[in-house]
Design a protein around this ligand. Structure first.
Ligand SMILES: [Zn+2]
Length: 430
């Protein structure tokens, strides 16, 4: 196959957003790598949302007849995938399914996006995607691939589905959302977290939050057997899927900016430093299971044995009405947030002073993430081996651990610039 050939075999459909670089194809079965795709026409039977979706090797994309009915598809060529700009990367990554423990779609997308920007990519036994370039002592960047989500806990005899949380949810926000399940074969199934009508509730009950324990998902099944025939079973992962959306100003919203924002920062930095020589081995770990207790970062750090590490996060923006400034861990529009301490790490002042100096030299606004909210992969990394000098730089995001996380692109860009400066100068800390 010539190098510039689309990596999709003969038959049909779709892909990435408007770009002069994409090419129409006729359709078929996915034959290589993974593809981020978008149907040109909305209302296609293959996809119920007008957002990109990932298809994988072996996926059938539909029939030629369906394709003809619903319009041509576009497919992105390999060499163009990693050139997608920052916003598009964020969109594609946020929309990908990546509940803790089920990060494979996000990993495939990242693997494609990293492309030739590194010397080598490895997937470790836990599913971390480790990308390596250069030689020497190891400097580690870490961004977690997983998002908070759920798995099926139980299917009732009447077909209603109960969920167990994967990661830390605020149970007050769950009611009346749509739920997207991903079955073993990658198909999507949908349901709603419905509620009894207010008309039949007592005034006290109307004011009460309903705990996840008491919520059920209505998937439209007549009974348990039907739900199971569709592919639901104990352990099927699920998320609250809201497609990426641009708001006004430079605000964007999506379901998984914690921590796909960090993943985008890592990608952008790799891209901007691609032609620069670094006097160390750079290891970028796209980690699994952060939301389940910083799990992937721990084994990756042991394997990589870094001398220096930086965790990249999307973190707790709370600059909203009703929250006093002293209780806002970070604010949107104030630039990257430097962690001084959270529940998992007390960052050494040497690291913080270094980051401050870099931000000032770059002319970037920055802020401190107020102690000691949250925990990050740096907490696991800095305790590996004989101890690792580690810090955390975060993109401020409001409403994390909800389907509508929201950030400002100016903060994202400033974080990229700070982390790029960090890598250019990291040798000063070695
Ligand atoms: Zn996170």
């Amino acid at each position: 196959m010539p190098d510039d050939a689309p990596l999709i075999s003969t038959t049909f459909r779709l892909v990435i957003a408007p770009s002069p670089l994409v090419k129409s194809v006729k359709g078929g079965v996915v034959n290589r790598a993974s593809w981020v795709v978008r149907y040109r026409n909305s209302g296609s039977p293959f996809d119920d949302v007008r957002s990109p979706k990932v298809v994988r090797v072996g996926d059938r994309l539909g029939t030629v007849e369906q394709m003809e009915k619903h319009g041509p598809a576009l497919v992105l060529r390999r060499e163009e995938r990693w050139r997608m700009d920052m916003v598009q990367r964020l969109q594609v990554l946020s929309d990908a399914f990546g509940v803790a423990g089920f990060e494979d779609e996000v990993r495939d997308v990242l693997h494609d996006m990293v492309g030739t920007m590194v010397d080598e990519c490895q997937v470790d036994p836990l599913g971390n995607l480790i990308c390596l370039r250069g030689e020497g002592p190891t400097v580690m960047l870490d961004a977690h691939m997983d998002e908070v989500g759920f798995m099926v806990r139980w299917i009732e005899a009447d077909g209603f589905v109960r969920l167990a949380p994967l990661g830390g949810w605020d149970e007050r926000i769950l009611l009346a959302h749509r739920v997207t399940f991903r079955t073993d074969d990658g198909a999507r199934l949908y349901g709603v977290l419905g509620a009894p009508p207010p008309h039949i509730l007592s005034p006290e009950d109307r004011r009460k939050a309903v705990s996840l324990e008491d919520l059920v998902v209505d998937v439209g099944a007549a009974d348990r057997a039907e739900a199971m025939r569709w592919g639901l079973r104990v352990g099927t992962p699920a998320t609250l899927h809201y497609p990426f959306q641009t708001l006004q100003g430079d605000y964007v919203t999506g379901k998984a900016f914690d921590d796909r924002a960090g993943c985008v920062v890592a990608l952008e930095v790799l891209s901007r430093l691609e032609r620069e020589r670094l006097p160390y081995r750079l290891a970028v770990n796209f980690a699994v299971c952060e939301e389940a207790g910083l799990r992937g970062a721990r084994t990756a750090a042991w394997r990589l044995d870094p001398v220096l590490a930086l965790a990249l996060e999307g973190t707790i923006g709370a600059d909203v009405p009703g929250v006093p400034e002293a209780k806002q861990p970070v604010r949107l529009g104030s630039g990257p947030a430097l962690t001084v301490a959270d529940r998992s790490i007390i960052v050494r002042p040497r690291m913080i002073r270094f980051l401050e100096r870099l931000a000032e030299e770059e002319g970037l606004d920055y802020q401190y993430k107020l102690p000691t909210y949250g925990a990050t992969d740096a907490g696991a990394i800095h305790l590996e081996r004989g101890g690792v000098l580690a810090g955390v730089v975060s993109v401020p995001c409001r409403y994390i651990h909800s389907p509508v996380s929201t950030l400002r692109l100016s903060d994202l860009e400033a974080t990229v610039r700070l982390v790029a400066a960090f890598l250019r100068r990291a040798a000063e800390l070695l």
